[in-house]
Design a protein around this ligand. Structure first.
Ligand code: PMV
Length: 359
């Protein structure tokens, strides 16, 4: 597949108006994407668990219009959000050659997140993938021939990627790879693909508790962070290590070796933040309670032989990952111990899921 495969052939019989809705989840990377080139293309391959409970629901209402400007309004929880509009405008500009009908309609985009607003959870992966899916559903309604499910999933991920890189991994589940990799023939920089190699039952319904450490706006956006990987002294080593970690993880996912899983996942999280700390300018997104939680996780693992581990996104919140078999004990540990490090005692219990659904 190339970009050209995503330029559609549409019927001249355009729809007058209509509406379409999708629910799309967030995802948590095990091997991280940090550093990009060209039009949102990743410098290394990444793999993530698709989540279930953290999702965005988006309804797209559309009505034919004249003129060639993009026309849309965005509503979050029923309230107009003009603050989101510049990002959507640049998304429209990036995808218009793949969705040429965008200028022919006036859109109302109504969106809600299952997680609290400004929880510090990036809504860009779930939000951009939900919008991409709604727009592609419109295309499906107007396209000449039938669209296969595989093409639909690939193009949805391709479009989502142009909104936010990690959104490419939110269409399907439970494990998605994005970025070309020598050992995964289907993997591409253009869109995320389901990880179809063998996965041990230890990883079935893997649990992810998101501990909300800091709910404020990020001091450094991920766009700025990615850009700081250009000319970063450790960039080349980092990209090679990430690809290597994905190779290691493939064997781990097959064997079910949870100790090695912990090693790769925690190392990936700390490397992501090490890249931020060694950028110029440098920055730190972890907070004191991020480190408190990491230390408590390490102590708990030593005391109990639990197989829980942590990972981090580009922020202070901690994702605690653990096998389904440890759900009750780890949930109790979080509620009795880790909760004290969460802002207002807030955390979200989630688990690996199967991806987006049409509503
Ligand atoms: O999707 P973006 O451009 O916001 O990048 C986020 C990248 C990380 O969340 C930090 C890592 C990842 O692979 O999801």
């Amino acid at each position: 597949m190339t970009e050209l495969d995503f330029i559609p052939k549409l019927d001249n019989d355009f729809l007058k108006n209509g509406r379409v809705s999708y629910q799309s989840p967030s995802n948590i990377a095990l091997v991280k994407y940090w550093g990009k080139y060209g039009e949102q293309l990743p410098e290394n391959a990444s793999i993530s668990f698709t989540l279930s409970n953290c999702h965005t629901k988006t309804t797209l209402e559309f009505e034919e219009k004249s003129g060639t400007e993009f026309e849309f309004e965005v509503y979050l929880d029923g309230h107009r959000e003009v603050g989101f509009e510049p990002k959507i405008h640049s998304f429209f500009e990036r995808v218009v050659s793949y969705l040429p009908f965008l200028r022919k309609y006036r859109f109302i985009i109504k969106t809600t997140n299952s997680f609290p607003h400004s929880s510090g959870i990036a809504s860009s992966a779930s939000g951009m993938s939900a919008l991409a899916l709604c727009l592609l559903e419109m295309e499906r309604m107007m396209s000449k021939g039938p669209m296969t499910d595989q093409y639909f999933a690939q193009k949805a991920s391709f479009l989502a990627r142009l909104g936010s890189g990690s959104a490419a991994r939110s269409i399907q589940g439970p494990l998605v790879v994005w970025g070309q990799h020598p050992e995964i023939a289907t993997a591409t920089n253009l869109y995320g693909v389901p990880f179809t190699a063998s996965v041990h039952t230890n990883f079935a319904n893997y649990q992810d508790a998101i501990l909300l450490v800091d709910k404020g706006e990020k001091q450094v956006s991920s766009t700025v962070g990615h850009n700081l990987m250009h000319g970063h002294p450790y960039a080349r080593q980092r990209f090679a290590t990430a690809n290597n970690n994905l190779t290691k993880l493939m064997a781990i996912l097959k064997s079910g070796d949870l100790e090695s899983f912990i090693e790769v996942v925690e190392s990936e999280a700390l490397q992501l933040h090490a890249m931020m700390m060694s950028s110029m300018p440098y920055f730190i997104l972890m907070k004191p309670n991020t480190l408190e939680i990491i230390n408590r996780i390490w102590a708990y693992r030593k005391e109990t032989k639990s197989k829980l581990c942590f990972t981090l996104d580009a922020g202070a919140n901690v994702h605690v990952l653990y096998p389904h078999s440890e759900k009750d004990t780890v949930n109790a540990f979080i509620q009795n111990d880790l909760v004290q490090y969460c802002k207002n005692g807030e955390y979200i219990l989630d688990e690996a899921g199967l991806g987006a659904v049409k509503l």
